[in-house]
Design a protein around this ligand. Sequence first.
Ligand code: ADP
Ligand code: MG
Length: 325
Amino acid sequence: MKLVEVKNVKKYFPVQKGFIDQILSRKQTYVRAVDDVSFYVKKGEVLGLAGESGSGKTTMGRLCVRLIAPTEGQILFDGKDIAPLKGEELRLMKRRFQFTFQDPTSSLNPRLSIGEAVGDALKLQGIGDKDEQAFRSREVLERVGLSPAESFYDRLPHQLSGGQKQRVVFGRAIILNPEFVVTDEPVAMVDVSIKAQILELMMDLKKELDLTYLFISHDLATSRYVCDHIAIMYLGRIIEIADRDQIYEDPLHPYSQGLMSAIPIPDPKAQKAAAIPQGEIPSPIDPPSGCRFHPRCPKAFDRCPKEDPELKNAGNGRVVACHLY
Ligand SMILES: Nc1ncnc2c1ncn2[C@@H]1O[C@H](COP(=O)(O)OP(=O)(O)O)[C@@H](O)[C@H]1O
Ligand SMILES: [Mg+2]
């Protein structure tokens, strides 16, 4: 069953016009952060969203849980389009999904105790009275490994380690019993030594609470550990979606191939030459013609700058947007 399905979603951010643009009344330009993206996440699965910085992963994640509204397209949650929802209807719907921000330090209010921070969502949603909220908050602290809850409840964020803060962030995300969690680079800011613990917590919560995840990460070594499928983004587009093992062992798109060969390998002698990135990512304000990857693609041919490749079925349930297939 498809829990989340995104159909032809676009998010264009208007670019602030400069003074000269204004007096010459030049046309408004846009950052095409997400530009016609479609995919789905089945219930109980972890879909990884990967790609270099600036490819639109965070924007796509924020759209999925309606922190922002799309410029165009549908976002189906459990069959219902949440793209046009507003006000009370949207607030109630938001109990069913959550988003964890990349930086746990800036996503926690420095003056709010850990217990209050975790219970905050109950307060905002008007669930239970003060005592019930505090009780539930303690329960959740225990569940995310901040135990005994009593000794954490009144602490302030600055009194916790990076890993503990990340646990608080997950506590906040699960307190409303959501069905779907978008987690944006959950281990990018924590120490290497505790990365595995945080990922383990994530997967334990998934099992216990029957969660579905969209796991955003630019770090493909981490994604391999937790994801069932991986979608690769480039400049506002998804260019390939495949099973985890397929994409790591046999990537089809030249961009995916480059990303995979750039993953660090523990044995330095086995380190392959990084095939990515030749040159900078072009601007999403004015993306290249045809295939957006063609200026950097080692396999580009005459068709690539002319025609924009569609995301097509490449067999075995995988899809790829490339003229080679
Ligand atoms: N609120 C915003 N206003 C304008 N541009 C934005 C905004 N958010 C993101 N962008 C732009 O959209 C593109 C994609 O950003 P983002 O979704 O953060 O990518 P990623 O998470 O893959 O690094 C970038 O060029 C970024 O500068
Ligand atoms: Mg991001």
